[in-house]
Ligand binder design. Structure first.
Ligand SMILES: O=P(O)(O)OC[C@H]1O[C@H](O)[C@H](O)[C@@H](O)[C@@H]1O
Length: 537
């Protein structure tokens, strides 16, 4: 087989997305062995089980049906014997109605002013996906026109500095707060929600809360208990994992408030297109399956534990942070789905930055240090073309020159012989040598609008599921986040007891006792009496 034949067989296209994996360290034979591995792992059956609503998240006894969130109205997707699609569309219709009202000014704040600013409070899956999509849409021409005069901000960290940043320059009279939490118990989100409730009610009176705060949750009882009108709550379901929830009200509500429902409907349609492809295409032409198998190849067979996500557009600057959660919370597991300790390491270390910024930061390590398989993501038509008449190329071509050059630099490198023929000083030859043979793959999207963003999201979601299915783990639970939470609540109790009653630090190991004591002593001037203090910025 010639190299051209090999390359040809490692390129494919689906619905406008061009995928080239010819720069992987894999032969055609490797790929067919990976298909055999997928068969051994019952990949096809596992994918079908997911789409059929079986309880594949066995440790939480739940189905995994984020695909139902973007199903068309007439589709049937069952969970526990019930078609969930009508419920999904009932919420989507409610979001459309509510977001239209807020956007056209028929839903106003307590003082009669239109609500032009939205602060979405949420963390983890209730934050990263919506932030990624928002950041990607901000510079899209259609979406940005529809967002004219409106602001969408995200308050995630429990750090009061994040509160200060989020309310800076905002007027409670024109602000709508959307509290987003699947459980409605997450400590960070609930404290931030109480903080912004105070911000609103101290400015406009407690009765203003019903006009200025709405919620997205699976726990509607707790929403009501918090003081949010249940009519202003937008539901989703326990078969939607937090990190897979951007297509539920978690993302659709804040994004529709900012851009209008019609734009977000296109985003859902893009994700749906990939869902259908993933569900039905044979492995050889299935983009998420190939991506997932190649990741397994890189991690488990070649021993490269990390992956760099390198989109060549600033609009995708929040893709890597979102994928970090989807991938690392899903596949960072130590035992198989049956609870048996894995004889290999699952999961992948994900990080990334948009090109070209990353090139001036960590690419040195990728070119000459450790081997990090790279995802290069390029866009054919820029969201914001710029062309200066005296320049050699337009600005997007300049960006894309790097998108095309970097994978070859990684793949082919530069040999000492080449350097010698360029008369490089002998003592510099080892420093200037590039070993090459460093794997990457390229995804080329025709443009970056709501539809393409939906496709990209679903490609990564399904790729990560494929990896988990092949590794034989449960990609849909996250028990590893619990221990830190319970230890934090022990610390919280201690801080309360020490500040209010002067109790000394007890029950912690030597190191934590020392650190806590020092922290308490050095911040003894912090008010311990109940006074309400809000950031002033
Ligand atoms: O949406 P919530 O219930 O507030 O949860 C927010 C986040 O909490 C935890 O950190 C989980 O590990 C995440 O998966 C989840 O997205």
């Amino acid at each position: 087989m010639t190299d051209t034949d090999r390359c040809k067989s490692m390129m494919l296209e689906f619905d406008g997305i061009f995928f080239d994996y010819s720069r992987q360290r894999a032969t055609v034979d490797t790929v067919s062995k990976l298909f055999k591995l997928a068969e051994e792992a019952h990949l096809k059956q596992k994918v079908n089980s997911m789409f059929n609503g079986e309880h594949i998240n066995s440790t939480e006894n739940r189905s995994v049906l984020h695909v139902a969130l973007r199903a068309s109205k007439d589709a049937t997707i069952n969970s526990d014997g019930k078609n969930v699609v009508p419920d999904v569309w009932q919420v989507l219709d409610k979001i459309k109605e509510f977001s239209d009202k807020v956007r056209n000014g028929s839903w106003v704040g307590a003082t009669g002013k239109a609500l032009t600013n939205v602060v979405a409070i949420g963390i983890g899956g209730s934050f990263l996906g919506p932030l990624f999509v928002h950041t990607a849409l901000q510079t899209d021409s259609e979406a940005s026109k529809l967002a004219g005069g409106r602001q969408l901000r995200f308050l995630a960290n429990v750090d009061p500095v994040d509160v200060a940043r989020n309310i800076s320059g905002l007027d409670p009279e024109t602000t709508l707060v959307v509290v987003v939490s699947k459980t409605f118990t997450t400590a960070e989100t609930m404290l931030n929600a109480r903080t912004l409730r105070e911000w609103i009610s101290s400015a406009l009176g407690p009765q203003a809360v019903s006009k200025h705060m709405v919620a997205v949750s699976t726990n509607l009882k707790l929403v009501e208990k918090f003081g949010i009108d249940p009519n202003n709550a937008f539901a989703f379901w326990d078969w939607v994992g937090g990190r897979y929830s951007v297509c539920s009200a978690v993302g659709v509500l804040p994004l529709s408030l900012q851009y209008g429902f019609s734009v977000i409907e296109k985003f859902l349609a893009g994700a749906r297109s990939i869902d259908q492809h993933f569900h039905s295409a044979p492995f050889e032409s299935n983009i998420p399956v190939l991506l997932g198998l190649l990741s397994v190849w890189n991690v488990s067979f070649l021993g490269y534990p990390a992956r760099a996500i390198l989109p060549y557009t600033q609009a995708l600057e929040k893709l890597a942070p979102h994928i970090q959660q989807v991938s690392m919370e899903s596949n960072g597991k130590g035992v198989s789905i049956d609870g048996v300790r894995l004889p290999f390491e699952a999961g992948e270390i994900d990080f990334g930055e948009p090109g070209t910024n990353g090139q001036h930061s960590f690419y040195q390590l990728i070119h000459q240090g450790r081997v990090i398989p790279c995802d290069f993501i390029g866009i054919v038509k820029s969201q914001q073309p710029v062309y200066l008449k005296d320049e050699v190329v337009n600005n997007h071509d300049e960006l894309m020159s790097n998108f095309f050059a970097q994978p070859d630099a990684l793949a082919y490198g530069k040999t000492p012989e080449q350097l010698q023929s360029e008369n490089v000083a002998p003592h510099l030859v080892p420093h200037k040598t590039f070993t090459g043979n460093r794997p990457s793959l390229s995804l080329l999207l025709p443009s970056l609008d709501a539809y393409r963003i939906g496709q990209l999201l679903a490609i990564y979601e399904h790729r990560i599921a494929v990896e988990g299915f092949v590794w034989g783990i449960n990609s849909f639970d996250q028990w590893g986040v619990e221990l830190g939470k319970s230890l934090a609540s022990q610390v919280r109790k201690q801080l309360h007891a020490s500040r209010k009653k002067g109790e000394s630090v007890e029950g912690f190991n030597f190191s934590t006792t020392k650190l806590l004591t020092r922290y308490l002593e050095a911040s003894a001037d912090v008010p311990s009496e109940p006074t309400t203090l809000l950031p002033k910025i």
